[in-house]
Design a protein around this ligand. Structure first.
Ligand code: PSU
Ligand code: MN
Length: 308
């Protein structure tokens, strides 16, 4: 049993046992997604926001070979300081990292796996992986999509960056039966911008509606996850032309340098950050806060549905 390798933090365990709302958070965004010290500050602020909105945060990572649901401040600081030296851990990485007692920064995939093991239903992050541009030849499709197909966790994000092929990403999710919900929007947000030109499957407008749809999906025995896309607040959204120019340049650079495999996403994200300066980092931080607030409220609605 994977559970043999799982440690649930006492506060998280107590909340789960009492049927109180808990929100999972990933750690790749800490070690690989943002520079130190903003990564640690953001991770701690996100935890605080979740508490302020009535839920208990559970940041998820692999520490010394243990699957952790809920980290201490010292562990979050360690993951942020150590940065890229913490291996990015997707599903295929767990066996060796755990066997060797190593650390791992959890992606959306492994955060969903560990959240589900712990009994956590709602997970907030920034962006998810998807079908990369050119995937028809590279076959670079993020394991995040496969996990959404199988693992019953609601993932609340700000859509996907157009480093991905958003059209193909939506096709993949449709094939695998993953509902893609727009929170207060009919259009798929593209992380830094509120619009992408693509439609979501359904618009839902309240945390209660999100919770009910997910609850019904599980009760019907359909299994698998649900993707909620929450647009970045207007005041922090970026100019579409500027961001798309940076994305195109980053993709050209990655091709030139022969970047591939698990390095692709972190390379593109870092490059875009360099090209757009502090602007994109601040937008990134604000959209994560926005998703954390929505996740806490939705987890509370879900917890009350589960009691009935
Ligand atoms: N997209 C973002 N920010 C991120 C990631 C993706 O805009 O931080 C991270 C997440 O942890 C996601 C992972 O699960 O990258 C996907 O990596 P890959 O494409 O290699 O599956
Ligand atoms: Mn990939």
């Amino acid at each position: 049993m994977l559970n043999k390798y799982l440690d649930i933090a006492p506060e998280v365990k107590a909340a789960l046992d009492a049927g109180k709302p808990v929100v999972a958070l990933e750690s790749t965004i800490i070690s690989h997604g943002m520079p130190y010290p903003q990564n640690v500050e953001t991770a701690l602020n996100v935890e605080k926001l979740i508490r302020d909105n009535g839920a208990v945060p559970a940041t998820i990572a692999v520490i010394k070979g243990r699957l952790k649901a809920g980290l201490s401040e010292a562990e979050i600081d360690y993951l942020g300081k150590t940065g890229h030296a913490v291996p990015k851990a997707s599903r295929r990485d767990l066996p060796v990292l755990v066997a060797q007692g190593r650390d791992g920064a959890c992606t959306v995939t492994t955060t969903m796996i560990i959240a589900n093991l712990a009994g956590i239903k709602v997970f907030a992050t920034g962006g998810i992986g998807g079908v990369h541009r050119g995937a028809e030849t590279t076959m670079d499709v993020s394991a995040d999509l496969e996990e959404l197909a199988h693992t019953p966790v609601m993932v609340i994000c700000a859509g996907a960056k157009s480093i991905l092929d958003l059209g193909l990403t939506l096709e993949y999710l449709e094939t695998h039966g993953v509902p893609v919900i727009g929170y207060g929007t009919e259009e798929l947000p593209a992380f830094y911008t509120r619009k992408s030109g693509f439609k979501v499957d359904y618009e839902l407008d309240t945390p209660a509606e999100l919770a009910k749809a997910f609850h019904v999906k599980q009760e019907m025995g359909l299994g698998g996850g649900m993707l909620v896309t929450n647009p970045i607040p207007e005041e922090y959204s970026m100019d579409a032309d500027a961001i798309n120019k940076a994305i195109d340049e980053a993709i050209t650079d990655a091709k030139k340098q022969g970047i591939h495999g698990k390095e692709t996403t972190p390379f593109l994200l870092a490059k875009i950050k360099d090209l757009t300066g502090g602007d994109s980092l601040n937008s990134n931080i604000q959209l994560v806060y926005n998703n954390a607030r929505l996740a806490a409220k939705t987890a509370a609605e879900l917890a009350s549905l589960a009691k009935n």
